[in-house]
Design a protein. Structure first.
Ligand SMILES: Cc1ncc(C[n+]2csc(CCOP(=O)(O)OP(=O)(O)O)c2C)c(N)n1
Ligand SMILES: [Mg+2]
Length: 329
């Protein structure tokens, strides 16, 4: 499991720490609520929760600036919340309602935001990787200094199209950060069973792309690595790979009985490396916040999530004439 040791920790203010605490907690509580609504039959179809992985996207987004782009897989709710998309719009999409970000027609895996430069939500494993390079190509062409965060999993990292993309991204020096969210499992297959090496970050070496391992349970380590990768891309030095070691607490999707690992394994990570508890500890032991301050944040987040859930239940189902809009025909 991820050990807290790799990247040097930056100095960080109390306000910044509280921001990360708030952002990670929003994702966690949102995902817990989504799990509940799924259990109640209010969400149908596929639903992949991000619980456990919150520090990855929050740390990476901490180094992004306006206009930077992001694209990811089906495990995408955290990415949407972290780049500022409305929790109500995300939740209403999960429940298939008109107020959802894809008007209730896309569901969990298919949401986008032009405003926040979020390009999905992709159900085909690895498909977002060449698309991410394409987004970076556009930035390079327009010389706008933008960087694209292209997220994919440890399972996706074994796909051929990833390496075709590495080659082209290196040839064209594209400003793309390939973020491997190594949560140790691809559905029911552990990384140990599926992958010939322990680490994946060095797979860009053959293409001249630098890479590094990051502790994905430590938001400050992720932020520091993100800043380094972003600086590399913005300086015109081409792509960068971050292999972020993380862990998902829940099953692969809502329909996963999780027989491939023990409860003890999950429990151990929760107890020893939880990313939210880590920041909570830093806040309290550093005397940056009191228990009461944190309780107030918890309350604020709970309200945001409850409101999102209410909206996702009250928003009507899309009208029948929506069947014929937003399609290629
Ligand atoms: C091309 C393709 N092959 C297989 C699948 C079925 N599938 C969905 S998720 C998944 C595992 C991917 O694992 P990983 O990349 O580690 O991402 P994680 O789910 O852990 O976030 C597989 C095999 C798919 N959706 N697309
Ligand atoms: Mg995985």
């Amino acid at each position: 499991m991820a050990a807290r040791k790799t990247t040097k920790k930056p100095n960080v203010s109390a306000e910044e720490l509280k921001t990360y605490y708030r952002e990670m907690l929003l994702i966690r509580r949102f995902e817990e609520k989504a799990g509940q609504l799924y259990g109640m039959g209010l969400i149908g179809g596929f639903c992949h929760l991000y619980i456990g992985q919150e520090a990855v996207v929050v740390g990476l987004e901490a180094a992004a600036r306006d206009g930077d782009k992001r694209i990811t897989s089906y495990r995408d709710h955290g990415h949407m919340l972290a780049c500022g998309m409305e929790p109500g719009g995300v939740m209403a999409e999960l429940t298939g309602r008109e107020g959802g970000l894809s008007k209730g027609k896309g569901g969990s895996m298919h949401m986008f935001s032009k405003e926040k430069h979020f390009y999905g939500g992709h159900g085909i494993v690895g498909a977002q990787v060449p698309l991410g390079a394409g987004l970076a190509f556009a930035d390079k062409y327009k010389e706008n200094g933008g960087v694209t965060f292209t997220y994919f999993g440890d399972g996706a990292a074994n796909q051929g199209q990833v390496y075709e993309t590495f080659n082209m991204a290196a040839i064209w020096s594209l400003p793309v950060i390939f973020v491997i969210e190594n949560n140790q499992y691809a559905m029911g297959t552990s990384q140990e069973r599926s992958t010939s090496t322990k680490d994946i970050y060095h797979r860009g070496e053959a293409f001249g792309i630098p890479g590094e391992i990051v502790d994905g349970m430590d938001v400050l380590a992720v932020k520091a690595a993100s800043e380094k990768a972003v600086a590399h891309c913005r300086a015109g030095k081409g792509p960068y790979i971050l292999e972020i070691k993380t862990y998902r607490y829940r099953g692969h999707s809502m329909s996963d009985p999780a027989k491939y690992r023990t409860r003890e394994e999950v429990q151990k990570v929760r107890e020893q490396s939880d990313p939210i508890e880590h920041v909570r500890d830093l806040l309290l032991t550093g005397k940056h916040a009191t228990e009461d301050d944190l309780k107030a944040i918890d309350k604020e987040i709970k309200e945001i999530v409850n409101q999102a859930a209410e909206f996702s239940k009250e928003s009507p189902e899309p009208s029948l004439d929506e069947l014929w809009t937003d399609i290629y025909a």
